[in-house]
Write a protein that binds this ligand. Sequence first.
Ligand SMILES: Cc1ncc(COP(=O)(O)O)c(C=O)c1O
Length: 383
Amino acid sequence: MIIPYGKQYLDETDIEAVVGVLKGNWLTQGPMVEAFETALAHYCGAKFAIAVSNGTVALHLACLAAGVGSGDEGITSPITFIASANCLVYAGAKPVFADIQSNTWNISPNEIEKQITSKTKVIIPVHFAGLPCDMTAIRNIADRHQLIVIEDACHALGARIGSQRIGGTDTADLVCFSFHPVKHITTGEGGAILTDNEEYANKIRMLRHHGITKDPAVLTRIDGPWYYEAHITGYNARLSDIQCAIGCSQLKKIDTFLLRRKEIAERYLRELKNMPGLSFQSVQPVFDHAYHLFVAHFDPARYDRLGMFEYLKKNGIAPQIHYVPAHHQPVMKKYAGKQGSLPNADHYYEGCISLPMFPSLTTDQQSKVIDTIKAYCHGSSIC
Ligand SMILES: Cc1ncc(COP(=O)(O)O)c(C=O)c1O
């Protein structure tokens, strides 16, 4: 069997949770949604969690709740999934990319500051691979320029800055998660927005459900108990009870998942760290890395990354590249075209490979990955 770079972990308790919903009365808009939201908010330490259809929708609705719109600019990382920038475009704003730090591969606060203009409305830092960004510095910049911070935490469920979990830190206004199968917990497809701000939470709940409200305080009239009004143009961005039941069941296992991910990362680091030309994310002690991904960077002057990628595949290992930089995507050219180069992001992209990282990766499978990398490096002509 091919060893993938990421994979969900589901057991009998997840299956039983789904069967329970299927035997009940509510497939959607029922009690499991609130149960999942409450569990998630509690786990992260946030006041409110709103479950939505996926992480991309979470980012989109967070932008709308923050009032991002036409004529605005939002600053995000070039080393991310394209959704971190697309959410700005959906809201009518322009994505601007700030280069990454060369050692953490997270967006650089100094580079963010250089990209701020009178049009900047929001900063969207991405906790790349599960390593938190320097949120103290980013919050500081946001406060000085009166900007909103939406954290793209799709890689970072369970990560911590000091004792605060991502999602419950006091440095972000809105925090977005994804529950795609390769993430820390899955609901098949799914996402959530966490916030301490009640106004944002209420707006996102309306946006998730067609802009509809039944709040007597804002209705223009009340015809009867059925009465509702649509006050904004919303969406159907709901997550079903079936998905939320899996989410509740998965969340009970999060600490075990995180521990296993950390164990795998520590072994990669132990066994590969002395290989010349290989580097890894630099992690300051204040950060607790959630290891959604484990990325090794092969110095392009020394290694043939394409050769390594193909060699791993030939040996039954399916690595991945995270990511083709967003500022090079043709769809982003009209926004990013005039920005000039982002040298750290470009250098990172030339050498990065994501190695298998998922809780059920066995010791033997990991040994195979490590041995295959070593064999390639020792046999490689430019090594
Ligand atoms: C950094 C980042 N942001 C956003 C998303 C979008 O999440 P989803 O796939 O749930 O829409 C992803 C998904 O992979 C991601 O990695």
